[in-house]
Design a protein. Structure first.
Length: 917
């Protein structure tokens, strides 16, 4: 990310929280003190002080034992980058004044040879970026102060240990001296003193080590280790600012979608020492279990260690439950602080602490990251404990994380194991969550056949197409080597909640030889792979899975969500089984029933092909006649499952050539079945071939050319409605005409639909009301622009945002993966527009479509049925533009219910206040 783009994304700080800018553009207040003398900042100032700084101030204010210090604001970081990486004038004077305050409060002097003050310099942006930026400990030590520290503490070895850590960290972080070089020097000392552990090196060795480290520093940096403490401090502060732009931090922000920040703050804090002996220590903890959410203190600590040792994994830490055996008093105090923090922040806290000679100090607190399951449990528990109210609970659970509760997943241990053993082969796109383990099937037919024989198979294809549907359905998972997040495989798999990894480009598939090659290894049809649809990981062999149980808490959260949301949630479902499952997940109707999927099963495809091959309308009608009863049966099944709830049925949409086989062998088989010549089949296939099928003869254009197809489908729907009504099943049909771009299309086809309904009603002598709505899918940009004319003719609109995105951007959804990574990396696009609605462009068309459509017809029902209907950010946009409902895959229904509630609460002015931690 460029400096300019950071500046552009800058959100103006509110006047209350930002230091007013001076005349030279420099903030008049560059740092905020926290300590017993005074505490200038507070927990609400995360944008200005960073999460760490704001919370250090907050903890100080509520009386917790925090070593005093001061925070240099993110505005200073911003200024540093705006002025070509130069620290602002006067910064170090203000630092010196604040250091003087610290000296006074602590009765120590910076760089003193009697009782020196030492400080840490710690990074901390508004949003936590764990481990991404730099921290330097023990600043202020030099050849004299180390003697002072030894004298003041009476611990000579400790003092030199602290000094060597400073030279190492400072060399590494500030001056770019490779950490390994220090390690080598340390190893030599350890060998010389015949010890293995750092902690066993005697005083004499530590003193020698400091000398060696200084030599390493000088040799590789070209200058001696700086002895002036204020100079050390200045360069350390600058190093933290620099770390804001180092590659891994930039990448992290990109991956986590963190934008709009000024930069990092710098916390200069007086040191406390966990490495002063066996009565000292350091640790990290969560106030509740972040994996399960259980209300149990959860953490680890190390005796006689300094902060970085816990994270670096040099020694194995102890569980906090062991702490009472070590120091009962400190443990008790820690538990009290845990409760105090939870009551204060009203959320789970992730804390860092240090014990210096039996005295506890708090060094950090922030809202703890948690799994989806933990988020649900914690929210429910905290409502019960009266820590938060229902609305807060609803807002606090990341809706997308509910996926983790609904699908099986690989156990974390299994994954660690796979990585360790080199079985992680590649990472594709996490197209449809879940965990699947199976042998490799290379064609849809093979997948069906082997599944019938009781095998578990993964369908491995370059890309799938509608012909593969049955094979995809029988497979436990789908793996493709091309195609994006909205490729056929991905969309279909998500619809079923079937695990899918798409676009795993490193896999080369040899369908003929029934082999794949990846990571230099070859796997054949009898080899087993494990694929993780939540992360895109592809592993060799069998990884163990775990099936989550839906808890009562989950139900509670859903009840709350339904209470606060205003939009309805429907589902995209093509079969009675899907419809039933979605209903169990709380769907309030079907927003998209794709009729084409009904034509692929078993015998039906034969009649469908006969219809396509027919040369005359008469022959076509004869074939359609055979399809009619099977369609009717499907619709009856779906109406039964959805009894009383609306079902939007889309008339035939894909180009006809998708229903025909493309290889010679299958064409010959088809010819034989239909009693025609192979040449005839071949000719029809080539006739139907299009250069751009997605912009070709499809959607309502099919009905324009072949009105008899529309007639058959509408007849089947109407007969199904009548059959249901006669059995007291409340069928609510909504007929949707796809891909309409002009009012005339809808006028003509809508008339045909209504006429057909009337004809059927008369023929069946049905006297009751049918109440079948006729509407259109809005997925062509022109339809949004002409939505007033179109709206006047429609009972409802349903935005098909997959095609709408494709046509608005001119991005092929099946090919976007070739350039999307560059677009994301270069920040041309913030996210894949097929996953999350492009609110600035496609969303504007949606907004216009809604506005114009309702202007023409005030009671126009409007929904969305693209993939975006299950994406929380897109759902928030849908709320804003006033949609009546969103529709998504069955497995995303609970997510959409929660996201819709959050959107409604936010629109009503609720404060989410969760991101800055
Ligand atoms: P990160 O953001 O990577 O967690 P921190 O700034 O929190 O980095 O520093 C890492 C660790 O260094 C802390 O958890 C703490 O153990 C130690 N540390 C930082 N500042 C001090 C201090 N003033 N006194 C003692 N230990 C400190
Ligand atoms: Mg930390
Ligand atoms: Mg479409």
């Amino acid at each position: 990310m460029s400096v300019a783009s950071v500046a552009r994304k800058r959100k103006p700080g509110t006047s209350q929280e930002s230091g007013a800018a001076g005349s030279n553009g420099q903030p008049s207040k560059m740092m905020y003190y926290f300590g017993r003398t005074k505490t200038e900042g507070g927990g609400k100032q995360k944008q200005l002080l960073g999460g760490k700084g704001a919370n250090l101030a907050e903890m100080t204010s509520i009386g917790l034992p925090v070593p005093p210090g001061f925070t240099i604001t993110t505005e200073v970081c911003d200024l540093y980058y705006k002025s070509a990486r130069k620290l602002p004038n006067g910064l170090m004077d203000e630092v010196a004044r604040n250091v003087a305050l610290l000296e006074k409060e602590l009765g120590k002097k910076f760089g003193d040879n009697a009782n020196p003050l030492l400080v840490s310099v710690r990074s901390g942006a508004a949003v936590s970026m764990p481990g991404m930026m730099n921290t330097i400990l023990n600043l202020g030590l030099n050849d004299e102060a180390v003697v002072g520290l030894a004298n003041a503490t009476g611990q000579k070895r400790f003092a030199y240990d602290a000094y060597r850590r400073l030279i190492n960290m400072y060399g590494d972080v500030v001056c770019g001296v490779d950490h390994e070089l220090f390690e080598l020097a340390f190893d030599k000392i350890k060998t010389k003193h015949k010890v293995k552990n750092d902690t066993d090196v005697p005083l004499e060795g530590m003193v020698q080590l400091c000398e060696e480290y200084k030599k390493v520093f000088q040799k590789h940096f070209g200058k001696p280790f700086p002895q002036d403490p204020l100079k050390q401090l200045e360069l350390a502060i600058e190093a933290v600012f620099k770390s804001w732009m180092q590659a891994r931090a930039v990448k992290y922000r990109q991956v986590e979608n963190i934008t709009g920040l000024l930069g990092t703050a710098v916390n200069v804090q007086s040191m406390v020492f966990g490495n002063m002996g066996d009565d000292s220590g350091t640790g990290v903890a969560f106030t509740r279990d972040p994996a399960t959410g259980e209300n149990k203190f959860y953490g680890e600590f190390l005796v006689n260690a300094q902060g970085e040792d816990v994270v670096a994994g040099i020694r194995t830490p102890l569980h906090v439950d062991e702490m009472p055996k070590w120091n009962k008093q400190v443990y008790k105090q820690l538990l009290e602080i845990k409760d105090k923090l939870e009551h204060h922040y009203r959320d789970v806290q992730d804390i860092e602490f240090t014990i210096e000679r039996g005295t506890l100090f708090m060094l950090q607190t922030r809202n703890g990251k948690r799994t989806g399951a933990a988020a649900v449990k914690i929210a429910c528990d905290m409502v019960e404990e009266k820590l938060i109210d229902e609305k807060t609970a609803v807002l606090r659970i990341p809706a997308g994380d509910l996926t983790q509760l609904l699908l099986p997943s690989f156990s974390p241990q299994a994954k660690i194991q796979a990585k360790k053993e080199g079985r992680l082969l590649t990472v594709g796109l996490p197209a449809s969550p879940g965990a699947a383990v199976g042998k490799l099937a290379f064609t849809a037919a093979e997948a069906v056949e082997r599944t019938l024989k009781g095998e578990k198979v993964l369908l491995v294809r370059k890309e799938t197409n509608p012909e593969d549907i049955e094979g995809m359905h029988s497979a436990v998972g789908i793996l493709t080597s091309t195609g994006g997040m909205t490729s056929h495989a991905a969309v279909v798999a998500r619809g079923w909640g079937r695990c899918c990894v798409a676009g795993a480009g490193e896999i080369s598939i040899d369908e003929k030889a029934r082999k794949i090659k990846v990571a230099g290894k070859t796997f054949a049809h009898n080899d087993t792979l494990s694929i993780d649809g939540s992360t895109g990981e592809v592993m060799a062999g069998t990884a163990a899975t775990q099936v989550p149980k839906l808890s009562g808490d989950f139900e509670t959260v859903m009840i709350w969500a339904d209470k606060y949301r205003t939009m309805k949630v429907r589902t995209n479902a093509d079969t009675p089984a899907d419809a039933k499952r979605a209903r169990e997940f709380g769907a309030q109707g079907i927003g998209l029933c794709r009729t084409e999927h009904m034509f692929f099963e078993g015998e039906r495809i034969k009649d469908m092909r006969a219809m396509i091959l027919a040369n005359t309308e008469k022959d076509r009608r004869a074939a359609l006649k055979k399809l009619l009863p099977v369609q009717r049966k499907d619709f009856i099944g779906i109406f039964k499952a959805m009894n009383g709830l609306p079902v939007t049925i889309r008339l035939l949409d894909p180009p006809l050539h998708e229903f025909l086989p493309h290889d010679a062998k299958s064409q010959a088989e088809m010819a034989k079945e239909l009693g025609v010549t192979a040449a005839e089949v071949r000719e029809r296939v080539s006739q139907l071939h299009e250069m751009n099928p997605m912009l070709g003869h499809r959607g309502c254009r099919l009905a324009v050319t072949y009105p008899e197809i529309l007639e058959m489908q509408v007849t089947a729907i109407t007969e199904a409605v009548i059959a249901c009504k006669e059995k007291k099943i409340d069928a609510q049909a909504e007929i949707m005409i796809p891909l309409v771009g002009t009012a005339r299309e809808l006028e003509m086809l809508g008339e045909q639909v209504r006429q057909t309904i009337a004809n059927v009603q008369e023929k069946k002598k049905f006297k009751g009301k049918l109440d079948i709505l006729v509407g259109t899918m809005i997925e062509v940009p022109r339809a949004c622009v002409a939505a007033d004319e179109i709206g006047a003719l429609a009972d409802f609109f349903s935005f098909g945002t997959n095609d709408l995105t494709q046509m608005t951007f001119g991005f092929s959804r099946d090919d976007i993966n070739t350039f999307l990574p560059d677009y994301l990396e270069k920040e041309i696009l913030p996210r894949d527009p097929f996953q999350s609605l492009d609110t600035g462009g496609v969303g504007q068309l949606v907004e216009m479509g809604v506005r114009k459509g309702r202007a023409a017809k005030a009671n126009l029902k409007v929904g969305i049925c693209g993939e975006h209907g299950g994406d929380p950010d897109s759902i928030q946009f849908c709320q804003k533009v006033g949609l009546d409902y969103v529709s998504c895959s069955p497995f995303r229904v609970p997510i959409a219910r929660l996201a819709a509630a959050q959107a409604a609460l936010k629109q009503g002015g609720a404060d989410i206040g969760r991101k800055g931690e």
